[in-house]
Design a protein around this ligand. Structure first.
Ligand code: SF4
Length: 492
């Protein structure tokens, strides 16, 4: 089965302006959220769709006319995708590429989705009753069909049903066959989604991250609230808080790993939060800092934290590791062998810079440990005398059921080993994780508004908690969702 960690964008332009250009740039700015496939869906007297594999391509100015003709209309949605498990052949990647379009009688519905659904067994059963053969094995098709089947007299009616019935993380942009654009976010707001507009009001857009708005010179209006739907009718944008929970659960991991540093989350740039992560580590592990000669960081997600650590401690920060710009895969999303070889190709040690030195290596997270192990080996081969790992995200001890590719206990090194054990396994002299309290404080958010389940084991949704509590012993080294793999019938 497929889980997704993706980026979405949706736009409506007034005055006959085409949607394709903002859709395109909205994706380019968010390509870090998905390298596997990309796609566009526009509306102009019907849908026009284009999807393909790989990175969003470079489109020269002269080619824009052709693309605009291929994808006409002033309304559209777009998507970049990581399919993080399940079928990994090219045919499946293309089949599952988004935006996805489903038919419900005469009506068609297109959606682009970022997240992961937890009560997937129940949903598949319900949807299968009305659609004998599903075309894909992705959550997206199930969500789209359930939504389409419940829209009744209004879009909001279908969205409320989804929010009440579907457990999981979902930030969605969608397009109906009459050209209505809409967006919504799950009641806990686990995945990001924000709203922006041009000063003259001619262009309005929704984007996973604010960088998708910035690149289109749109002002950020704010987050789409958890449980909120934004419906773009002909002349207006209607915001409705359809379901209200007494807490939020924004994914804490977005700050460390996924979001771009120049994105704004909860009023703060991700960059400044990461810098604070580094400062925290410097304050907490002073003894190790005193025993080190130099700070380096694993580019690029740990760079800002390394700068914060340098500012806090005065210890020199060297750019001793360099990233190959054109090796683009994000390592922890790959299979184990691929991960090690990718990191080997992707990261290089600047020759001679670390020989004989005691090095603090700042890293954003340790999930399985294999990529960190590969880097430490490289550092030792290049003469590093000591290697201390400073990790901005707390020790990951529990799987994620909300769309990050770490869905089983046994694949997580932090589940099997404590700090000393992890250090031994990966060949470090010490591994120093950020505490959960320090992490939460640096984000500027309240603990009750963040999901930190993969670090603390407290899940913000009921079924996810049940699955975690009952599946610790399910041994799995593949990428399938633990509750499906073990046939855990927890939804009954
Ligand atoms: S479990 Fe971890 S990765 Fe998953 S949503 Fe929560 S904080 Fe994010």
């Amino acid at each position: 089965m497929l889980k997704e960690k993706c980026g979405v964008f949706g736009v409506r332009c007034a005055g006959g302006k085409g949607a394709f250009v903002p859709l395109y740039w909205g994706l380019v700015a968010q390509n870090h959220r998905g390298h596997e496939s990309y796609g566009f869906l526009t509306y102009s007297d019907g849908f026009k769709r284009y999807v393909d594999l790989g990175l969003v391509p470079r489109i020269e100015k002269e080619e824009l006319i052709r693309w605009n003709a291929l994808l006409p209309g002033s309304i559209g949605i777009s998507h970049v995708r990581y399919g993080t498990s399940g079928h990994r052949d090219v045919y499946s990647h293309l089949k599952d590429a988004q935006p996805m379009v489903v038919a419900n009688g005469k009506e068609k519905l297109g959606i682009a989705f970022n997240g992961n659904l937890v009560n997937i067994g129940w949903l598949r059963e319900i949807v299968s009753k009305t659609h004998m053969k599903l075309k894909t094995c992705s959550d997206t098709e199930l969500l789209a069909r359930y939504l389409a089947g419940n829209m009744g007299s209004s879009t909001a009616e279908g969205i409320v049903r989804c929010m009440n019935d579907i457990e999981g993380a979902y930030s969605v942009v969608g397009l109906r066959s009459d050209g209505e654009l809409f967006a919504f976010r799950d009641p806990l707001g686990i995945r990001p989604l924000c709203l922006g507009a041009s000063r003259d009001g001619a262009v309005t857009a929704v984007s996973s991250e604010t960088v998708g708005l910035d690149i289109n010179s749109l002002d950020v209006i704010g987050d789409v609230e958890p449980g909120e739907a934004v419906i773009f009718s002909k002349d207006s944008v209607e915001r409705q808080r359809l379901v209200k929970c007494n807490r939020r659960a924004f994914c804490g991991f977005e700050f460390s790993y996924f979001a771009r540093p120049d994105s704004i989350i909860n009023g703060r740039t991700v960059y400044s939060v990461r810098e604070e992560f580094g400062r925290n580590l410097g304050r907490r592990y002073q003894e190790i800092v005193r025993d080190a000669d130099v700070i380096i960081s694993i580019p690029e997600t740990a760079d800002d934290a390394a700068y914060g650590l340098h500012e806090e401690t005065g210890l020199r920060w060297e750019r001793g590791l360099r990233r190959h710009r054109y090796v683009t895969q994000r390592a922890f999303i790959l299979e184990s062998d691929d991960r090690s070889s990718t990191i080997d190709r992707k990261i290089n040690v600047v020759n001679g810079s670390l020989r004989g030195k005691r090095v603090i290596v700042v890293e954003d997270s340790i999930v399985r440990g294999d990529t960190t192990k590969t880097i430490i080996k490289k550092l030792r081969e290049r003469g590093a005398e000591k290697v201390y790992m400073f990790v901005t995200f707390p020790r990951i001890t529990h799987p994620c059921f909300y769309g990050i590719d770490m869905a089983t206990f046994t694949e997580l090194i932090g589940f099997s080993y404590d700090e000393a054990g992890i250090a031994k396994q990966i060949g470090a002299d010490a591994v120093c994780f950020q505490s959960i309290d320090d992490y939460v404080r640096a984000t500027g958010m309240q603990g009750k508004d963040l999901c930190m389940a993969c670090a603390c084991g407290k899940y913000p949704t009921e079924l996810a908690q049940k699955i975690a509590d009952r599946s610790r012993t399910v041994i799995s080294t593949d990428r399938n969702r633990i509750y499906e793999k073990a046939n855990l019938n927890l939804e009954a």
